[in-house]
Design a binder for this molecule. Structure first.
Ligand SMILES: [Zn+2]
Length: 101
């Protein structure tokens, strides 16, 4: 589980300006969170099926979106994007050497 603060911190470290969470299947336009002046905005600019949505969101929305995901592949991608993956990935690829001989 991540908190709103975790995302604020990573945003500053990594200079993130937008987080694309999905695309419209038809026009391929991004469904995304955008960040400026310390504020969060939810933005869809789809001319076909989803429509246009542009509104202020909150840091908690970001954390909720992250925490709501259950697909390991999606979580891994999000971790890489936000820079949460490093410790875990290192563990996975460098298992402790405990050979019995
Ligand atoms: Zn569309």
């Amino acid at each position: 589980m991540k908190t709103a603060e975790d995302f604020k911190e990573q945003l500053q470290k990594r200079n993130i300006t937008e987080w694309v969470i999905d695309h419209c299947e038809d026009c391929k336009n991004p469904i995304r969170y955008m960040f400026y002046s310390g504020e969060v905005f939810f933005n869809i600019d789809c001319s076909c099926s989803i429509g246009i949505d542009d509104r202020q969101a909150s840091w908690q929305d970001i954390a909720d979106y992250y925490n709501y995901q259950t697909n390991p592949a999606v979580i891994k991608d999000m971790d890489i994007f936000w820079g949460f993956a490093t410790a875990q990935t290192t563990e996975l690829f460098n298992p402790p050497k405990t050979k019995p001989f």
